[in-house]
Design a binder for this molecule. Structure first.
Ligand code: SAM
Length: 335
């Protein structure tokens, strides 16, 4: 049994189209201290504890993926830093940070708890963090996040930079909400040594409003930015789906994540695990695999290896997001 397991652990995960799976996003909780209007309804019902993987289970499943070739691991949520004892998981996963094993352990956070955790993240080998920030206007920030406090997030970003973490800002471009702020955000980020990535709204999550009201194609924003800035395409990659340019006037990097205007599937190396142990092979499709049952069925990892292989064998070639009124209220995948 152990020998069979050892041979399995040597083989990297390849999907039916020959794409190696080297990037895993793990949602460590469905809970969040914000209620961003494009992400969650205000009265979210969260999962019962028994359905959510324990920190030890999250570690086990992530470690199996690392043994099978995952080189970048991103913790996300919900809000990863509100999960109780999350630093224990970060510390434990950091044991894989070695050449030839895990190359990067990173987080996507709303920044609200960063002041508290920045130093420890750095000590555990985290080098880069993504912070989601859609506006620099305190009132607008409150309106978008419903519950968030901009000052706290800005303090978190400063604390992270002081601790030596590299910060990239992720800004979801929202029609008539923050579309007039993109130039200011760019200048602000680059003036502080941070990259900025713009994200198109995706039809994810169960929200209260109408998505077609929020959708803003980044092709339009890019054209507008070109009137004021010189954007130069570069090959820079972070392992994620963003395409980058450098902005000549600021010397900083700007990324675009454009699932709707530009299909980025052909080079997809990513899968996503929810906090309930459900593996999604594609961001834009509902097909998923249950890893919690094999994880909890035995103490060894053989069943887990088999379930992961079977799932990766079903990874689709691409996704087909559609923003229209019929698809406006897609179901939220438990994260
Ligand atoms: N709480 C963390 C945060 O705020 O970064 C991690 C989870 S959050 C779901 C991850 C990212 O997804 C954030 O940058 C958020 O803005 C983005 N996001 C959420 N819903 C989205 C949507 N419908 N379309 C595009 N981006 C979305």
């Amino acid at each position: 049994m152990i020998l069979q397991h050892a041979s399995q652990s040597a083989s990297p995960l390849l999907d039916p189209f020959g794409r190696g799976i080297s990037y895993l996003r793990v949602s460590v909780t469905d809970r969040c201290d914000f209620r961003c209007v494009y992400c969650m309804a205000e009265d979210m019902h969260f999962l019962p504890k028994k359905d959510v993987l324990t920190l030890e289970e999250l570690d086990r499943v992530a470690s199996v993926f690392i043994r099978r070739g995952v080189r970048k691991l991103r913790l996300t949520g919900g809000e990863p830093l509100v999960r109780r004892n999350i630093m224990q998981l970060v510390q434990s996963l950091s044991r894989h940070l070695q050449p030839g094993q895990l190359e990067e352990l990173t987080l996507t956070t709303n920044g609200s708890q960063l002041s508290r955790h920045a130093g420890e993240l750095k000590r555990h080998g985290v080098r880069r963090n993504n912070v989601s920030l859609d506006t620099l206007d305190a009132q607008k920030f409150r309106a978008i996040t419903r519950w968030g406090d901009l000052a706290k997030v800005l303090d978190g970003i400063s604390a992270a930079q002081e601790a030596g973490l590299q910060i990239k800002i992720n800004m979801v471009a929202l029609k008539a909400v923050n579309e007039d702020e993109i130039e200011d955000m760019l200048t602000w980020c680059h003036g502080r040594g941070m990259d900025l990535t713009l994200i198109e709204t995706m039809p994810l999550g169960e929200i209260d409003g109408d998505r077609t009201d929020q959708y803003l194609p980044l092709s339009r924003i890019r054209a507008r930015l070109c009137e004021r800035f010189t954007l130069e395409d570069i090959a820079y990659k972070t392992g994620g789906p963003a395409r980058y340019v450098t902005v000549k006037e600021t010397g900083g990097r700007l990324g675009f994540i454009t699932p709707l205007t530009h299909n980025f599937c052909e080079s997809c190396n990513r899968v996503r695990l929810t906090c309930t142990g459900t593996l999604y092979m594609c961001l834009g499709q509902e097909d998923a695999a249950d890893l919690r049952t094999p994880l909890r069925a035995s103490e060894g990892d053989d069943l887990l290896h088999a379930a992961i292989e079977e799932a990766i064998g079903r990874k689709p070639k691409g996704h087909d997001f559609i923003i229209d009124r019929r698809h406006n209220r897609q179901r939220w995948r438990a994260t």
